[in-house]
Design a protein around this ligand. Structure first.
Ligand SMILES: C[S@@+](CC[C@H](N)C(=O)[O-])C[C@H]1O[C@@H](n2cnc3c(N)ncnc32)[C@H](O)[C@@H]1O
Length: 233
């Protein structure tokens, strides 16, 4: 399986491809954090993203899915087919293992770069992403998201920790684990790539609705593609 993962890594654009050892270490490191510290955030976030989107029809795609925690939480709430996309094949190996353990046949993994997704035009009803947009080129990623969204489809992208209490606890635990100020580290990572930084780019690309939402669960950018009258989602 590792050889397969390495072969996939070599097909990904050099902008996201990492040396295999580094990619494996990154995937394992984040996965441990997601499992040991972030675990309780995914269900409230999944619930809120569905509520914000206001739709649950069509294929759902999670961009930068990591080990698949958000996708699995979504699968508890909706019956849609779900695609978990990430450019790190080692993260997808972990996601695939979780999908198998949870016996969720309607969740598939896809190793791809968000800037050039091998996903058909107008094929996704819902696109979600948590904790990944800080790593993307705004115009390229939003152009791709708009392309894959079906008419009337919605994307909700951003980051957060599910509730103020969870956020406080996670910042405390992560600061202790890393021996630094997790809030300051996060601020540095997300600088210039927050939902409000993406919003003007989304406006210029012609989304029918562009909305920045700051709420108890996190900070989100909601994007709706114009519906074409008479064409169902
Ligand atoms: C911090 S992790 C978040 C994982 C997951 N969304 C979560 O909240 O548990 C960010 C993920 O985005 C992925 N990623 C970053 N840039 C990407 C790109 N251009 N295309 C696809 N995935 C990307 C990384 O490989 C990583 O797995």
């Amino acid at each position: 399986m590792a050889a397969e993962a390495e072969a996939k890594l070599n097909t990904i654009s050099p902008t996201v491809a990492l040396p295999a050892e580094k990619a494996r270490a990154k995937a394992l490191e984040f996965d441990r954090i997601a499992d040991e510290v972030f675990a309780p955030i995914y269900l409230p976030i999944a619930r809120r993203l569905l509520e914000l989107a206001g739709i649950s029809r069509g294929r759902c795609v999670d961009l930068g899915c990591g080990g698949g925690h958000l996708g699995l939480a979504l699968a508890e709430l909706v019956t849609n087919e779900i695609t978990l996309l990430d450019s790190n094949p080692y993260a997808l190996e972990l996601a695939a293992r979780r999908i198998k353990e949870a016996d969720r046949e309607r969740i598939a993994t896809l190793c791809a770069d968000v800037h050039a997704m091998p996903i058909a035009e107008a094929s996704a009803g819902l696109v979600v992403s948590r904790g990944a947009m800080w790593f993307w080129d705004k115009e390229q990623s939003l152009t791709e998201i708009r392309r894959i969204l079906a008419p009337g489809g919605v994307a909700v992208l951003g980051g957060g920790y599910g509730s103020p209490a969870l956020k406080t606890e996670i910042y405390r635990v992560m600061s202790e684990r890393n021996g630094d100020d997790f809030g300051a580290r996060q601020q540095k990572t997300t600088q210039d790539s927050l939902p409000e930084d993406y919003a003007p780019v989304a406006q210029s690309l012609g989304f029918a609705e562009v909305r920045v939402v700051h709420d108890d669960t996190g900070d989100w950018l909601l994007l709706r593609k114009a519906a074409v009258s008479g064409v169902p989602l």
